[in-house]
Design a protein around this ligand. Structure first.
Ligand SMILES: Cc1cc2nc3c(=O)[nH]c(=O)nc-3n(C[C@H](O)[C@H](O)[C@H](O)COP(=O)(O)OP(=O)(O)OC[C@H]3O[C@@H](n4cnc5c(N)ncnc54)[C@H](O)[C@@H]3O)c2cc1C
Length: 400
């Protein structure tokens, strides 16, 4: 397979840009087609477990990411009804660093995106094409052609669909319907730290779980910004979707919540919202010269904060598989699926489980609180080890 005929990547999100960098580091020319007019991210926060650094190291951006990031002293789960701590992961402790080698971080998505974009722009093997919303692809015996909605054609040897949870590439490749909404709605807000009036601990990641709702908050950009995600279960009869209707519904859902929750609720921007959903895991994400990764392949609920980490791990793994397969791209894609499907499926399924824990009610809630409250630090680290230790790259040229 000629390395100078580009591999096409659809989508310039975290998965697409990582894949571009990882392939270019292996000597492949890459063309990234992004549907938005500009490459970039929506301006909220993101958390990364230590596992992501195994992949970021491989594409040479860990130091640049760390410069923009903060490492919270702890991730706390708090009971949203009575304000009591349920459990914690001491992410800033020496024991955490000793166990997982890398830090747990929080970072502004724009800063993270810019690190990857700058690295892509510096690499002569990567071409970034904005305003290229791909509507279809066609495969031939020696390549694949992607066509954008304005009629441009882009040819490559292979095509990587990194176009997110509503992937057009997946729709054409697998034709397996839309993602599964789980009945919840999420709102994200970011405000200057000095405007925060709620009585909250400002340096940690806090997750307040309540029956049918949860909130996550943490600082960004070295404590100058405050990021809030608020989620609630929509009632079946509620179809109206203007801001006033959402405000009324949220206030009703959070009526028994701790006063701090109500203070945070008052700070929310309800103009920007997102239905929450995922997909049931599948084993295969490729056909012929086309393969999916990231949210296009295995979208997950955000409860483990791992969707982007998985997309980034995918990108590095896929590049290794392609480089190690001497042109046998079907073998490369099979090896990629073999290396990634179980791990990403576990993330999806554990995220659903944790989602249920956060939102539980009554005696179920009490049982979960007891279970989590009994955990020692060693137990907690052990539960996270499968995830935070990273994953084993397939046996090609690289072993961890
Ligand atoms: C509220 C919330 C909080 C989250 N928090 C975390 C967290 O803390 N940690 C974490 O690891 N993950 C988190 N995630 C998940 C994470 O955001 C996603 O898993 C991650 O962004 C997936 O990356 P991706 O590159 O696969 O897809 P995306 O980020 O969706 O990127 C897809 C790109 O493709 C482009 N595109 C789409 N269609 C086309 C097309 N037809 N043609 C060309 N371009 C196209 C899009 O414009 C976009 O740029 C969170 C998600 C949510 C909703």
């Amino acid at each position: 397979m000629a390395k100078d005929v580009p591999i096409i990547i659809i989508g310039g999100g975290l998965g697409g840009l990582t894949t571009a960098l990882a392939l270019a580091r292996r000597g492949y020319a890459v063309r990234v087609l992004e549907g938005a007019p500009e490459f970039g991210a929506i301006g909220f926060g993101i958390q990364f477990g230590p596992n992501v650094f195994h992949a970021l190291d491989r594409i040479g951006v860990s130091a640049a990411v760390l410069e923009k990031a903060d490492s919270p002293p702890a991730v706390l789960m708090i009971d949203a009804l009575n304000g009591k701590e349920v459990t914690r992961v001491a992410t800033g402790s020496p024991a955490f660093r000793a166990r997982f080698k890398y830090p747990y971080i929080i970072i502004h998505r724009i800063d993270l995106h810019n690190v990857l974009l700058d690295a892509c722009r510096r690499d002569p093997l990567i071409t970034l094409v904005g305003d290229a919303m791909v509507t279809r692809f066609e495969e031939s015996s020696d390549g694949v052609t992607a066509t954008s909605e304005d009629g441009r054609s882009f040819q490559g040897t292979l095509l990587v669909g990194a176009d997110g949870i509503r992937s057009q590439t997946r729709a054409q490749l697998l034709n397996d319907g839309a993602p599964l909404p789980n009945g919840f709605m999420g709102f994200r807000t970011i405000v200057p730290m000095e405007t925060v009036t709620a009585d909250v601990q400002r340096d940690i990641v806090a997750l307040w779980g309540g029956p049918g709702f949860h909130m996550v908050h943490y600082p960004l950009r070295h404590g100058t910004l405050f990021n809030i995600v608020a989620v609630f279960r929509r009632s079946a009869h509620s179809e109206r979707s203007d801001v006033a209707a959402y405000r009324a519904e949220l206030e009703h859902t959070y009526r028994n919540a701790h006063p701090t929750m109500k203070a945070l609720l008052a700070m929310l921007d309800l103009g920007r919202r997102q239905a929450v959903g995922d997909r049931d895991p599948v084993r295969h994400w490729h056909k012929g010269r086309v393969v999916l990764l990231g949210d296009a392949a295995h979208p997950t609920l955000q409860s483990l904060a791992q969707g982007a980490c998985m997309a980034i791990e995918d990108g590095v793994c896929l590049a290794d598989c392609i480089a190690g397969a001497s042109g046998d791209y079907e073998a490369a894609f099979r090896r990629f699926e073999g290396a990634r499907s179980l791990r990403t499926a576990r993330v999806t399924l554990e995220s659903r489980y944790i989602w249920d824990v956060y939102h539980s009610d009554g005696i179920v809630r009490e049982v979960y609180s007891q279970l989590l409250g009994e955990r020692s630090e060693t137990d907690t680290f052990q539960c996270l080890a499968w995830l935070y230790d990273g994953f084993r790259l397939p046996d090609i040229h690289h072993r961890r």
